[in-house]
Ligand binder design. Structure first.
Ligand code: PLP
Length: 432
């Protein structure tokens, strides 16, 4: 039997939070709306573990949605922040640190000639699209159903993840004009992309894609899909944008571009790049990037862009990732081990399931068909996921509170943590 954990302090904080914060949270997926119950309020975290305000410990499979790839409160990052904080937290003037960060990123990732720092993944994607439009002189973009590129207006059309969790299809506040410039194709469907391009000949500025989708669970690119998009973009003079906010510095030091051997024209980053500080970036080919102000006239700016504390945190983490490539090997092996363990439990359980995995991203869908795009992700059994989520939470395993989110492994996880997670899954499923 799985005992209910005591989370009374979290419950009362959630009551209090709702009086001054919309829905009690500063980002919707934290609200637990799709899985039911109230969110867990966190007090602190170290390595692979989260500690809540009721004194419970959890094995963390969210890693702040990706950034804490080497675990929480990673000592070199904490020390770097402590060292730099007394110098002031912002200057609004350039620093050498920003050059070092840019040089480091360019040395790790293929095809990045110039890179601009921003403060979130949303900003990075929004700016990349503006740049693609400014560069091509065309207005429309193609995105994929269930892919999330942040909450800028152009992207809030069939945007997966948070919106899918809340079953939001169209977003009030996004004008029809903006929505009409956003064309949507199913992921892994090249024919649908070709059809959209045929219907909008010479009007498409950019195709933006999550190379490995992570905002509808983890969904892999079909063989030839990304290569096909690359070819179409070359033929039609369309800017090909990889949204690597999730995959960047996670799938490998050079992200999905390096891992999959495909080069985009522009790439966006977030999450891991800031080691948990608010950081994003967009970069790519010189010929496109030089249209950004002050080099060109596509305007983009940020008071806190390249913030020194955020830069030293991100720089310290990226440097570790660059100099220790075995980290990716270890993460892959751990995730493969978890995959095998879960597979064994689920296959004995007797009900349909799908486990998708790429590198250190993994997800379970309770589905009797392969999950290859948004439609197949959305038709999985969400009631089962809810039950599974809560049964795991009560056993001290913190999974993403939505079936539309990938799990992110961090390298502080031990094989004992993974064994515990597999055993907890066994108990959870046999309790249904
Ligand atoms: C999280 C995410 C974003 C948005 O990043 P924020 O920092 O939350 O604004 C964009 N694209 C992808 C693929 C993401 O996973």
């Amino acid at each position: 039997m799985i005992m209910k954990m005591n989370r009374t302090n979290s419950a009362s904080l959630f009551e209090r939070a709702q009086k001054t914060i919309p829905g009690g949270v500063n980002s919707p997926v934290r609200a637990f709306k799709s899985v039911g119950g109230h969110p867990v309020f966190i007090k602190k975290a170290k390595g692979a573990y989260l500690y809540d305000v009721d004194g419970n410990q959890y094995i963390d499979f969210i890693a702040s949605w990706g950034p804490m790839i080497l675990g929480h409160a990673y000592a070199p990052v904490v020390e770097a922040i402590q060292e730099y904080a007394p110098y002031s937290t912002s200057y609004g003037a350039p620093t050498e640190l920003e050059i070092e960060m840019a040089e480091l990123i360019c040395s790790m990732t293929p095809g990045i000639d110039l890179i601009r720092m921003v403060s979130s993944g949303t900003e990075a994607c929004m700016s990349a699209i503006r740049l693609a439009r400014g560069y091509t002189g065309k207005n429309k973009i193609i995105k994929f159903e269930g892919h999330y590129h942040g909450h800028a207006d152009s992207f809030l059309v069939k945007a997966g993840s948070g919106l899918a969790t809340f079953n939001i299809q169209t977003v009030p506040g996004v004008t029809a004009g903006v929505a009409n410039d956003t064309l949507v194709a199913p992921y892994n469907d090249l024919d649908a992309v070709k059809k959209l391009i045929g219907e909008n000949k010479g009007e498409i500025a950019a195709i933006i894609v999550e190379p490995v989708a992570g905002n509808m669970g983890c969904v892999l690119p079909a063989t030839g899909f990304l290569e096909g998009l690359r070819k179409i973009c070359d033929e039609e003079s369309i800017v090909f944008i990889f949204d690597e906010v999730m995959t960047g510095f996670r799938l490998s030091a050079g992200g999905a571009q390096e891992k999959l051997g495909i080069q985009a024209d522009l790439v966006t980053y977030g999450k891991v790049i800031g080691a948990g500080m608010p950081v994003g970036a967009f970069g790519g080919k010189q010929a496109i990037m030089e249209h950004i102000a002050p080099l060109g006239n596509v305007y983009q700016a940020g008071t806190l862009s390249g913030n020194p504390i955020a830069m030293i945190a991100g720089y310290t983490l990226l440097k570790e990732l660059k100099s220790n490539p075995h980290i990716y090997e270890e993460l892959n092996q751990k995730t493969a081990y978890l995959h095998q363990g879960l597979e064994k439990i689920l296959s004995n359980w007797g009900q349909p399931y799908v486990i998708n995995r790429f590198g250190s991203m993994i997800s379970i869908h309770f589905s009797d068909h392969p999950v290859t795009d948004f439609a197949t992700a959305a038709s999985a059994n969400n009631d089962l996921f809810k039950k599974y989520f809560h049964a795991m939470l009560d056993q001290g395993i913190y999974l993403p509170p939505s079936a539309f989110e990938s799990w992110f492994l961090n390298n502080a996880l031990t094989y004992a943590d993974l064994d515990k997670t597999i055993e907890a899954t066994h108990l959870a499923l046999s309790s249904f």
